[in-house]
Design a protein around this ligand. Sequence first.
Ligand SMILES: Cc1cc2nc3c(=O)[nH]c(=O)nc-3n(C[C@H](O)[C@H](O)[C@H](O)COP(=O)(O)O)c2cc1C
Length: 135
Amino acid sequence: MTKKAVVFSSGLGKTRKIATYVAKGLKADVFDLKKQTVINLSEYSHIIFGTGIHAGKPYGALVKFLENNKSQLSGKKTSLFLSCKLNDEKGEAQLKKVSGELGISDGFFFHGKGEKNDEGMEKSVDDFIKEMQRR
Ligand SMILES: Cc1cc2nc3c(=O)[nH]c(=O)nc-3n(C[C@H](O)[C@H](O)[C@H](O)COP(=O)(O)O)c2cc1C
């Protein structure tokens, strides 16, 4: 089985909430870049990155982590989720731009306005977990 890790950068806590929920759903390990900036990813084959967005930009801690860890990430599967407010075409355009900047093409975004499940989490996050299980 593919061992997965979720690595995230959160400011006000929304990305943290999603990352923790996703990690639980995938039985993945979760790393908060606010607490830890050096992470040994050797045992993982699929890394899922999460970040909030300010002024169209992903959080600096994630940008820095990706820059500093190119060699340990090479050859691994990577996916990305954004916790943001933009939806529809603007959200898609923002995702495309941020995915390109970060070099992670497998990208998704959660705008917080979708239907929620019983745990108060957007249902699209459950779909994301299922999608990540297939990777
Ligand atoms: C100052 C500020 C700027 C923001 N800029 C954007 C933006 O450009 N695009 C967007 O989609 N969301 C934007 N947002 C919304 C945040 O990305 C969103 O609330 C996200 O869930 C925050 O994640 P966090 O709680 O993990 O920090 C902004 C929020 C704040 C407070």
